[in-house]
Design a binder for this molecule. Structure first.
Ligand SMILES: C[S@@+](CC[C@H](N)C(=O)[O-])C[C@H]1O[C@@H](n2cnc3c(N)ncnc32)[C@H](O)[C@@H]1O
Length: 294
């Protein structure tokens, strides 16, 4: 998604007061899910633009790809939760995996379908309009399930998602997720130095937080890795977790990164070599978590 600072078009993120939730919706969860769907629909067309798919995002993307390559044999089938415009799905299909790509935004689903058609990979990628909260509709079993750049931050009931993932994954299969974390030192410093205190601490909030994107609302749940894992612990063993964009700035601050070429290599090195150490791995713009089905 464009310039995702966590989310969205770079620099347009705003915290929306909880009262903005519309009271006539059937339930809070349903209303949240529809708000979030509209938000992503609204950015699908230019989601792969220079801000939405910048070099920091690509760097983080490769970390998830490598985690999947390391654990799931080429040729096996993968489920993509919240596939967006299908960048990951097409990459895995190109490498020989069979991918079922799903997303809650119909516009994103459309983008993934066209990407698969343009790449001539329709026989390797199926694309379905399906929310992560609707996994009960799937019957097939998978060797691996991945989700990149925070779709799981948009789901109200994580323990149910965990149980569904356990059902959909073969024994010994892996989950590889990148999830927006609670503690992003760059973000704290960036907003505190501008006197935007409320914005600086948005990730510390409990429960659903309304985050603005493109004049819409994404209802977002932030997690520490251990909070996130707790929802999965009954069904999955935690194999590893590491920070993504801890020393490097988050992707929405890519301009800092571009302005300081001499720092790039160092910060990247620090991310790669220290990001998995205790304490460090609990921070960062996102964390990459790998779990194995018990
Ligand atoms: C930040 S984008 C990431 C997209 C893609 N994984 C990528 O790496 O580019 C988040 C995606 O999650 C999707 N999403 C949000 N809530 C969802 C839900 N409840 N179920 C499935 N997908 C959801 C959005 O439509 C959007 O495509």
């Amino acid at each position: 998604m464009s310039g995702r600072h966590g989310w969205g078009m770079s620099g347009q993120r705003a915290v929306v007061p909880m009262e903005s939730h519309r009271p006539w919706m059937a339930s809070l969860d349903e209303g949240q899910l529809l708000d979030t769907q509209r938000a992503f629909d609204s950015v699908a067309a230019d989601y792969d633009g220079p801000r939405g798919n910048n070099e920091l995002i690509q760097r983080m993307r490769v970390a998830l790809w490598e985690a999947v390559f390391d654990r799931v044999p080429v040729g096996a089938n993968l489920l993509d939760l919240g596939c967006g415009t299908g960048i990951d799905a097409i990459e895995f299909a190109r490498c020989g995996y069979q991918v079922a790509a799903t997303d809650w935004s119909p516009q994103m689903v459309g983008r993934t379908r066209s990407r698969a058609a343009i790449a001539g990979l329709e026989s390797h990628v199926t694309v379905e309009h399906l929310g992560i909260h609707q996994l009960g509709r799937l019957k097939e079993q998978f060797a691996g399930i991945y989700s990149n750049f925070g779709p799981l931050n948009c789901v109200p009931d994580l323990p149910t998602v965990a149980a569904e993932c356990a059902r959909l994954l073969r024994p010994g299969g892996h989950l590889v997720f990148s999830v927006m974390g609670r503690v992003c030192p760059w973000e704290l410093l960036h907003y505190l130095s501008r006197g935007r205190f409320r914005r600086a601490i948005v990730r510390g909030r409990r429960g659903a937080t309304a985050v603005g994107m493109n004049r819409h609302t994404i209802w977002t749940y932030y997690y520490l890795p251990r909070e996130f894992y707790r929802a999965f612990a009954d069904h999955f063993v935690l194999e590893s977790h590491r920070a993504l964009c801890l020393f490097l700035p988050p992707p929405y601050l890519v301009d800092y990164y571009r302005r300081h070429p001499r720092w790039r290599q160092w910060l990247g090195w620090l991310d790669d070599h220290l990001g998995a150490l205790p304490l460090m791995r609990d921070m960062g713009d996102h964390f990459l978590i790998v779990m194995r089905r018990r």
